[in-house]
Design a protein around this ligand. Structure first.
Ligand SMILES: [Ca+2]
Ligand SMILES: [Ca+2]
Length: 469
């Protein structure tokens, strides 16, 4: 461009860059500026500039670019507030965050009054939209939907897996529904495993993780005749289902690497050990290896949960900033109460470190842990904890964070300012699910963490949220 610049004046410069509609990755461009004076037509360099940008959404082609460093906005949310509430019980929260745009997040939970799975998602980190997912698959509408889990793929599409079941006739399905990046609604669910009433097969606890554009889903199923349990893995891109384990097995967890590698973990309750299988693809998974021995078996009764047992609840995640590293967390019985442990692998889950306790205080029961790692490599680990209650009946939620890949942890943070109670002393608790087996943590680098848990303070169990900087 050309134009006169008077002494002390300025000349606005603008330029346009076209971005592929599917391109969501960060990119940089470089510009060198030259100026020439009237006296000397030879251009002299003025300066070199580097711009780092990313495209926020695919919705409008070629617009909404922003310069990194301007992202000082963080979620403005009232602390200790109900996030997914309403009449009846809400629990079983899980979370997902878009790996390329951490302001795009989703929270999924059970809503027992309606029998629906609820999804609440945000595109900008501040305004949220909530909707129920369909209970109809293959022309049949089921009585209840529950146990959702969610993940974003590299295009920004949001995938949710959950269970559909008819209690009266034992028919059940594992289904998948997805919201495309630029849509407001979810697709009708498709069944990954479906059993009619006469089959007497129960399915549950689906988990989902996406790697290199390949969604993987794991779940457990159980033939009621003979009580044989299986851990199943479904490779959506290959349309391949793999039976991972059989026996007294439960609680699958799934971690994937950025290069497509898979780690599937589960509780081998019959042998009181946590196992995993790992491989470069779903067709090349190795033999089971031991993540940790436990003293919990399937689980153990604790005062804080009157109706369900505290299980190890193994959760595994990979760290995209540290190739080959996988983290695991689980609860175990120490002879008098429960503690939460952390273990890590540096070889894609082939071998695991000696588990170390996570809580800075081991008094009381620490249980139902969850673990997350963000794209900056910040690791956050949350759990329920009865330490403040000598009776072991009421719980708070605690959080610990590591910025060095789990080698050291920052001091723990108490997330809750009021205790919750799903012990026998609370007649308004969830008599079926207590806390619903899950809590949720989203880590967003230096923007902090969102912690979601099941809270009973209002007298009508619901999902609460707090932000931790
Ligand atoms: Ca303890
Ligand atoms: Ca409620």
């Amino acid at each position: 461009m050309t134009g006169p610049i008077n002494p002390g004046g300025n000349l606005p410069v603008d330029f346009r860059i076209a971005v592929d509609q599917t391109g969501r990755a960060q990119f940089q461009f470089f510009a060198d500026f030259y100026a020439a004076t009237n006296a000397s037509p030879v251009a002299q360099p003025v300066g070199s500039f580097t711009f780092t940008t990313e495209k926020l959404q695919n919705r409008v082609q070629g617009s909404e670019l922003r310069v990194l460093g301007e992202d000082t906005q963080s979620s403005v949310l009232s602390p200790q507030s109900s996030f997914i509430g309403g009449s009846g019980l809400q629990s079983g929260v899980r979370t997902a965050v878009d790996p390329q745009e951490s302001r795009r997040m989703a929270v999924v939970a059970n809503d027992y009054a309606s029998g629906n799975v609820l999804v609440k998602y945000t595109e900008d980190g501040s305004s949220w939209r909530q909707l129920p997912l369909s209970r109809t698959v293959s022309g049949k509408t089921y009585q209840t939907a529950f146990e959702p889990a969610a993940a974003y793929d590299q295009h920004g599409n949001l995938l949710v897996v959950y269970v559909l079941a008819d209690v009266v006739n034992n028919s059940a399905a594992i289904v998948l529904s997805q919201k495309l990046n630029d849509r407001l609604t979810f697709s009708p669910p498709v069944a990954l495993e479906l059993h009619g009433a006469a089959e007497f097969v129960a399915v549950g606890r689906p988990v989902i993780a996406i790697s290199g554009g390949r969604p993987y889903i794991a779940w457990e199923d159980q033939t009621l005749a003979g009580m044989v349990h299986h851990i199943q893995l479904y490779d959506l891109a290959a349309r391949r289902r793999v039976e991972i384990a059989a026996g007294q097995v439960s609680h699958p967890t799934l971690a994937v690497t950025t290069t497509g590698g898979i780690v599937v973990g589960w509780n081998d309750a019959g042998q009181s050990r946590l196992l995993c299988r790992t491989g470069a693809t779903s067709a090349s998974l190795g033999a089971p290896v031991t993540v940790a021995q436990t003293a919990l078996g399937y689980g153990r009764n604790i005062m804080a949960m009157a109706d369900t047992v505290a299980t190890p609840n193994l959760t595994m995640v990979t760290d995209a900033t540290r190739p080959g590293v996988v983290y695991g967390t689980f609860a175990d019985f120490n002879g008098s109460d429960l503690d939460v442990f952390f273990t890590r692998s540096t070889d894609h889950g082939q071998t695991w470190s000696t588990p170390l306790p996570v809580g800075m205080v081991k008094t009381g029961d620490q249980f139902l842990p969850t673990l997350t790692v963000d794209t900056a490599g910040f690791l956050a680990l949350g759990f329920y904890d009865t330490r403040h209650d000598p009776t072991g009946e009421t719980c708070h939620v605690f959080l610990r964070r590591s910025q060095d890949g789990g080698l050291t942890f920052e001091p723990e943070v108490q997330v809750t300012d009021m205790a919750s109670n799903t012990s026998a002393t609370n007649p308004l608790r969830s008599w079926a699910a207590d806390y619903g087996e899950q809590m949720g943590v989203i880590s967003r680098g230096k923007a902090g963490m969102l912690v979601l848990w099941t809270d009973t303070r209002t007298g009508s169990e619901e999902i609460f949220l707090n932000t931790v900087k």
